[in-house]
Every structure is written in structure tokens, then in C-alpha cells.
Design a protein around this ligand. Structure first.
Ligand SMILES: Nc1nc2c(ncn2[C@@H]2O[C@H](COP(=O)(O)OP(=O)(O)OP(=O)(O)O)[C@@H](O)[C@H]2O)c(=O)[nH]1
Ligand SMILES: [Mg+2]
Length: 319
């Protein structure tokens, strides 16, 4: 009989310890988890992941098999490319803005909701949740369904949210594997929660997506504002260096672990482009920078793939 790892959804096997799903033969019968998930859950260690499922494959499977979808996006990853993944799901769906605890206090949920409707034309129900809040509202929506797929970018918090739902409304023992690394869940995992079946999914991976321990945002974002008058460069630890020319307020929305240093002498070389006032420069997976007036931005060539421009999410004209 095939056994599936409850942590990541991959088929358990004891033939090859370099492949996914490996568990030592003597442990095979009793194991619920592959060695990778066991180590991840107990020691925070993880072997490098295998070839991940492509976004197209995930969407194809879901559009073919799913009856309902809960799609998670966290606050720092609300931009066109991710919204398009949501739009490609053709079955009844709800948008969940996950990790709502990282949203700065000066940004209201209704502001974000309104923005998503006006800028991206989202008509579906939008629910804000975190590991600690608003689970009842989500649960109420889930009880209307028999079966639901949880989808979203890698690291959006799908498995964590399912674990919390299990904790609060069902079994306390079983746990899905979670981590700040990408591609923690490797395949679909079916979970029973009372009369409901939840299917955890491997996250969508984007090539242009920054993810590491430092950039993982674990608490409320505290925006940092600078008044830009002359040309300056802003160095975000060793992750990002960006030069800004023009008179504008510049507000950084990043993890508080990332230190920002302004420099008036050493400018960034690379690609220069104009950003209009009340637009955001989104650095995928990391955070975003809001400018209130038109500025010239310079960023190194190799970091350009992480950049997305969007109408300002915070305090724009959509409030
Ligand atoms: N601040 C905050 N962090 C969260 C929340 N939920 C999850 N996280 C963190 O986000 C990271 C990713 O969580 P996972 O549940 O593994 O994400 P996933 O969507 O299942 O990721 P994949 O399996 O790779 O697709 C972990 O470091 C979690 O601790 C939340 O509500 N608030
Ligand atoms: Mg997961």
C-alpha cells in the first residue's frame, strides 16, 4: 500500500535516501512523515527540495478536480502577477489575505479590500486571517463547502493556517510541515476536518521571488519614511540598493529586521526608470516602497527581475 507523508504530501519510500519521501525501511510501517519533514519539524533542518510542481500543473489539477478554492496571498505579495494566478482559478473561490498580523496599523482592511476591487477588479469574497485572528469567519465560509483546496504562493501560510484550523476545530495531533523556506509542501495533502475535506497544496513558485530567513516578515511592518530631496541611495542590508532622484516622500514597507541606510555619495549603477507619484515599487517576496511624487529610480540590472510597479496600495487615491 502506498503511504503519503502527512507533512508534505509526498509518497513515502525507503529505496533511495537522496529522493523525496525517504524514510528508513525499519520506520516505514510506523511513520506518518518522511525524513525531510520529520527533521524540518523537529530540528528546523531541511534537505534541498526536489523539482517543484509548476504553477501550470497546479492550476490544471485544481481547475480539473476542485469544487472550491481558498487562495492565500499575504500583504507583501499583493501585485499583478500573483493576482493573475488567482484569476486563473476557474472554480468558486475566496481570497484570503493571510498573515494579517504583519499589516501596519495605519492600513485598514477595508482600504485593502477596496483597492483589490478597484485596481484588480476582484469580485470574490475577501477574508483577512492570521494564525491568531479571524479564524471563525474563515471557518464559517468553509462550512459551506464539502471540499476545498488551499492555494497560494509558497510561504503564503497555507499549511500553517490549516494546522491552526485543525488545532482549533479538529484533531490536535496531526501537523503539516511548515517553514519559512520555499516549497515546504511538495504535493497535495488531503485532511479531514469534521465533515470538511481540506486539500493542502504545494505553493506556486516564482523565479523572481526573494525568500530567506532575514526577509521573512514575522511581525507587524512598521513603515519607515524618508524625505527625498537630492539624489540618494538607500541600502537595505546586503539585499537591495536603490537610488532615488526627485523630491518625494519615500516610505519603506519591509521586515523590521532589515536595516535601511541612506547614502548621499555612492549611487547605485544599473537600470533607471521613472515611477509616478502615488505608486509602489514592489520587490517580490520582500516588501515595497511607496513614493508620493514622480521620481527616477535606479536599481542594479540583476535585481530588476524582482521589481513590480503598482498604484499605491497604502494611502493612494483608492481610499
Ligand atoms: N506573521 C505570520 N507568519 C505566518 C503566519 N502564518 C504562517 N506564517 C509563517 O510563514 C511561513 C510559511 O508558512 P507555511 O505554512 O509553511 O507556508 P505554505 O504556504 O504552506 O508554504 P509552501 O508549503 O512552501 O507552499 C512560516 O515561517 C510561518 O511561520 C501568520 O499568520 N503570521
Ligand atoms: Mg505548505
Amino acid at each position: 500500500m502506498n503511504k503519503i507523508c502527512f507533512g508534505c504530501g509526498i509518497k513515502l519510500q525507503f529505496k533511495d535516501n537522496t529522493k523525496l519521501g525517504y524514510v528508513p525501511e525499519e520506520k516505514y510501517e510506523d511513520s506518518k512523515y518522511c525524513q525531510r519533514c520529520f527533521r524540518l519539524m523537529h530540528y528546523g533542518k531541511v534537505a534541498s527540495a526536489c523539482e517543484p510542481k509548476s504553477s501550470e500543473d497546479i492550476i490544471k489539477t485544481v481547475n480539473k478536480n476542485a469544487k472550491n478554492v481558498v487562495f492565500l496571498i499575504d500583504f507583501v505579495n499583493l501585485f499583478g502577477e500573483v493576482i493573475n494566478l488567482f484569476k486563473n482559478i476557474k472554480v468558486p473561490k475566496i481570497l484570503v489575505i493571510s498573515k494579517s498580523d504583519i499589516i501596519p496599523k495605519n492600513v485598514s482592511f477595508s482600504q485593502i479590500r477596496n483597492y483589490l476591487k478597484v485596481v484588480y477588479g476582484i469580485r470574490e469574497e475577501i477574508i483577512f486571517t492570521s494564525k491568531k485572528s479571524n479564524l471563525n469567519t474563515l471557518m464559517k465560509a468553509l462550512y459551506e463547502m464539502n471540499e476545498v483546496y488551499f492555494l497560494g504562493l509558497t510561504n503564503a501560510g497555507k499549511s500553517s493556517l490549516i494546522n491552526i484550523l485543525l488545532d482549533n476545530y479538529g484533531s490536535k495531533s496531526a501537523k503539516l510541515a511548515t517553514s519559512y523556506r520555499e516549497n515546504t509542501t511538495q504535493d497535495f495533502v488531503r485532511i479531514k476536518l469534521k465533515g470538511l475535506t481540506i486539500i493542502d497544496s504545494p505553493g506556486f513558485l516564482m523565479e523572481n521571488f526573494m525568500l530567506d530567513k532575514l526577509t521573512n516578515i514575522s511581525e507587524e511592518i512598521k513603515p519607515k519614511t524618508f524625505q527625498n530631496k537630492v539624489k540618494c541611495s538607500y541600502k537595505l542590508d546586503d539585499i537591495l540598493n536603490i537610488s532615488i532622484e526627485g523630491t518625494s516622500s519615500v516610505v519603506f514597507y519591509f521586515s523590521k529586521n532589515i536595516k535601511i541606510k541612506r547614502d548621499y555619495k555612492n549611487f547605485q549603477k544599473g537600470i533607471t526608470f521613472k515611477v509616478k507619484g502615488n505608486y509602489d515599487i514592489v520587490i517580490c517576496g520582500l516588501g515595497f516602497i511607496k513614493v508620493t511624487s514622480t521620481v527616477d529610480i535606479t536599481i542594479s540590472d540583476d535585481l530588476m527581475k524582482y521589481v513590480n510597479i503598482r498604484p499605491s496600495l497604502v494611502g493612494g487615491v483608492y481610499e
